[in-house]
Design a protein around this ligand. Structure first.
Ligand code: LUZ
Ligand code: MOS
Length: 761
């Protein structure tokens, strides 16, 4: 089987998500009640009208927590339930538990909370000015920018902004907690990080981790939104289950999910770039103001990845970047596909765009001239190895006939007034590994049953990205048995302990490698056993191929099923556990240098758009990319990931707009007020070519991570639209502020400025 193994079940509606599980007898339902103001002190909570409603079983707040009221992962600054004050609208204050979800909802609506309001900050720069920070700023530097500016012929300074992004996973956050014998709690959770749920539940309930079991079948999407923020709901359900000794289900309704959970971090950034007259970048400085929301969540790690990717796929000899995590009164922003990388890359692309404009040349000239080369170093100290930047670039331009595209666009723009076309090139380079080195570990447990079928457990969580089919293929290749014999089990903390989140695009790498190691242990045992069965001494000459034992390249009579049962009868273990830790990665946070990434993923995309200059609307005509997949473990899954990421990246920078009121209320709070790319706004054409001959010793069978990198091709759509706008108003200096919604395009095209709006002829 080559495609995502869930596809058939998905299409038939047979795939189970949290809300599809047939609940145990006596299950209760929980509803969160939350802050209706963005900042203030809680004066009183009155539950009288709620608790007396028939069917309401319990109402829990911070007072009911037996352990520590703390769910912060990186910094301990986040309570499960608010205590004295609230810091964002939607901050959980407690839960109502009832015998039906309707009753729980009704009761939650009857809880009265009095507040004393405090000033609200929603803007990161304002937070910075008021010294409202999550942690001290961080600076990465390389070379010496201060002395480099004098060597620059062209210097451009500017500001760039990117907005938030709602994850909008199809399955909202949720969990089912089931009490078991002796106080143990089993939590079935829609989480990317089973161990994070287990750890937080143990802390909140004052229990040992071995009394909490977390099980994950699959997620209906996550995109980073369930890396840290699936924990709360699971722990709340566990708390109620533990209090009441009854199963408790907590699934967030869509509007609660949008209101209560954080999004991609909006960034506001300043940049300064200096170049020689022939377009070589000599110096680059950037300051990133990250809108973290009310608590740290994963913001410090996301901030760090922004710094790592601030120079995208370019070598710049003098760089200084500073990133500031600003504490505001919004829901805590969190991991989102790319994890701060896209925000960093957008700013350097903005700087190059502006520099190109000033020099009167195509941005592509600057991009090409500064692409990373083998043997150079990234500005955080890692050597550039197996660099594919140039190859992807060259092949994209050649395969997709970029020259012709440009000529056609120029011709079109010369002949049209209302419609203008634009294009942009977008090279990417994305580092693979968790930037916190210790997280780069995984383990696998492989059982072969006596009928020859195989069960594989790892830490990987299937969330639609196809990690299960990749692990299946990796085990199938290693043992040389048909993939149909292999079942990928749920992700479960009793089978696989101390899991890192399935995140950082590294799920298939880490868990695939662990599964290969475990399979190899079994393979070695099986071949030794085969030698004994066949009476062959030189086991080195034995091989398993398609479920048959071969000796010196010749088929023997010994087949898989017989080998398995005989090995079992000889009392040889048919189970193996293995552990994988990415080798040779480290990072010194004192000097901000090291080798944080196992490897990098490269690619180049060409994006073309058509803009209706009367309406401000646009179509993304095409996205054509040459992408470095390494040697793919599943080309159809990888292609799907690339195409989906491209659409999601374009959505972030074009139509998806998160809006808050000044009081910190989320205005884009439903599917009617928040626009995600649909079939009309997605690119009309996406073509992705697999770069050939790319080796990757760190990936299972030389594959490369795919989850996040292609999202950043979407940045090209922003600049393609900007270029089309420039074609309409060549004199105008447009602000760099994403998302570039049709509304904003229209306003910009007809903005009052010293330069007149051109009219036809
Ligand atoms: N999560 C995380 C991530 O904890 N660390 C990372 O470096 C990372 N990178 C990308 C996505 N999620
Ligand atoms: Mo992450 S953004 O959960 O890979």
């Amino acid at each position: 089987m080559k495609s995502n193994i869930d596809i058939e079940k998905h299409v038939k509606g047979e795939s189970q998500f949290i809300d599809d599980i047939i609940v145990p007898e006596g299950t209760l339902y929980a509803k969160v009640f939350d802050s209706t103001i963005a900042h203030g002190n809680i004066l009183s909570i009155t539950i009288k009208d709620a608790i007396n409603i028939p069917g309401v079983i319990g109402i829990y707040t911070h007072k009911d927590i037996p352990g520590i009221n703390q769910v912060g992962g990186i910094i301990q600054d986040e309570t499960l339930f608010a205590v004295d004050d609230v810091q964002f609208m939607g901050e959980p204050i407690g839960i109502v538990v009832a015998d039906s979800i309707e009753t729980a909802k009704k009761a939650a609506g009857k809880i009265k909370i009095e507040y004393q309001k405090l000033p609200v900050i929603t803007d990161p720069r304002e937070a910075f000015e008021k010294n409202s920070l999550i942690m001290p700023p961080r600076t990465f530097s390389f070379g010496d920018t201060d002395s480099a500016w004098k060597d620059c012929k062209i210097i451009v300074e500017g500001k760039a902004e990117t907005g938030g992004q709602e994850h909008l996973y199809l399955e909202t956050q949720g969990a089912l907690a089931i009490p078991e014998e002796g106080g143990k709690i089993k939590i079935i959770s829609s989480t990317q990080s089973p161990t994070a749920v287990q750890r937080a539940a143990a802390r909140i309930l004052a229990m040992s981790m071995h009394n909490i079991e977390v099980d994950v079948l699959r997620l209906g999407g996550a995109f980073g939104g369930k890396e840290d923020q699936a924990t709360h709901w699971a722990v709340m359900a566990a708390l109620a289950a533990s209090k009441l000794n009854r199963p408790v289900k907590l699934v967030l309704p869509r509007m609660d999910d949008m209101r209560l959970t954080g999004k991609r971090h909006p960034y506001s950034s300043d940049f300064k770039i200096g170049l020689t007259s022939d377009g070589k970048i000599i110096a680059y400085e950037a300051t990133f103001y990250q809108n973290a929301g009310a608590v740290a969540d994963l913001s410090p790690a996301i901030l760090e990845r922004t710094l790592f990717h601030a120079t995208n796929s370019y070598f710049i000899p003098n760089v200084r970047t500073t990133a500031i995590s600003c504490k505001t009164n919004l829901a805590p922003n969190t991991a989102f596909r790319g994890f701060g990388g896209p925000q960093g890359k957008f700013v350097i692309e903005a700087a190059i765009h502006k520099a190109a404009q000033k020099m009167g040349i195509d941005a592509g000239k600057i991009q090409k001239k500064n692409l990373l080369k083998e043997g150079q170093s990234f500005y955080y100290g890692q050597k550039v190895e197996r660099c594919q930047a140039d190859r992807c670039w060259e092949q994209a331009l050649e395969n997709f006939n970029y020259k012709k595209t440009i000529n056609e666009i120029d011709k079109f723009n010369g002949n049209n007034h209302q419609f203008k076309k634009g294009s942009a090139l977008m090279p990417i380079c994305f580092g693979i590994s968790f930037t916190n080195s210790f997280l780069n570990q995984a383990s696998a447990l492989v059982h072969i049953y006596t009928d020859g079928s195989i069960g594989v457990s790892t830490a990987a969580v299937e969330m639609g990205q196809g990690v299960n089919v990749k692990i299946k293929n990796a085990v199938s290749k290693t043992l040389s048995v048909n993939a149909d014999k292999i079942r990928i089990e749920t992700t479960n903390t009793t089978r696989i302990a101390n899991t890192s989140a399935t995140a950082a695009s590294s799920g298939a790498d880490l868990n695939g490698n662990a599964a290969i190691l475990a399979s190899n242990i079994l393979l070695k045992r099986l071949l030794k056993s085969a030698g004994e069965i066949l009476g062959i001494k030189d086991t080195d000459e034995l091989k398993l191929e398609d479920g048959v034992v071969f000796h010196k390249g010749r088929k023997t009579e010994l087949e898989w099923n017989e080998l398995i049962i005989k090995t079992y009868q000889k009392r040889i273990s048919l189970s193996a556990q293995a552990y994988y830790a990415t080798p040779d990665i480290y990072f010194d946070k004192k000097i901000n240098k090291g080798r944080p990434f196992a490897y990098h993923v490269y690619g180049t995309a060409i994006i073309t758009v058509t803009l209706d200059c009367l309406r401000g609307t646009y179509t993304i005509d095409s996205v054509k990319a040459v992408h470095d997949f390494g040697k793919s473990l599943s080309p159809v899954v990888d292609r799907g990931q690339a195409e989906g990421a491209i659409a999601q990246g374009i959505g972030w920078l074009t139509v998806e707009e998160i809006a808050h009121s000044k009081e910190g209320m989320l205005l884009s709070n439903s599917l009617s007020t928040y626009k995600v790319p649909d079939i009309y706004s997605a690119p009309k054409e996406i073509e992705v070519i697999f770069l050939e001959d790319s080796e990757n010793p760190f990936g299972p069978f030389h594959s490369k991570a795919i989850g996040e990198p292609p999202l950043m091709y979407g940045i090209g759509a922003y600049f393609a639209i900007l270029n089309a706008m420039k074609a309409f108003r060549p004199e105008e200096e447009f602000k760099i502020s994403a998302p570039i919604t049709p509304e904003r395009v229209l306003m910009a095209l007809y903005s009052k400025s010293t330069k007149p709006v051109p009219s036809p002829n």
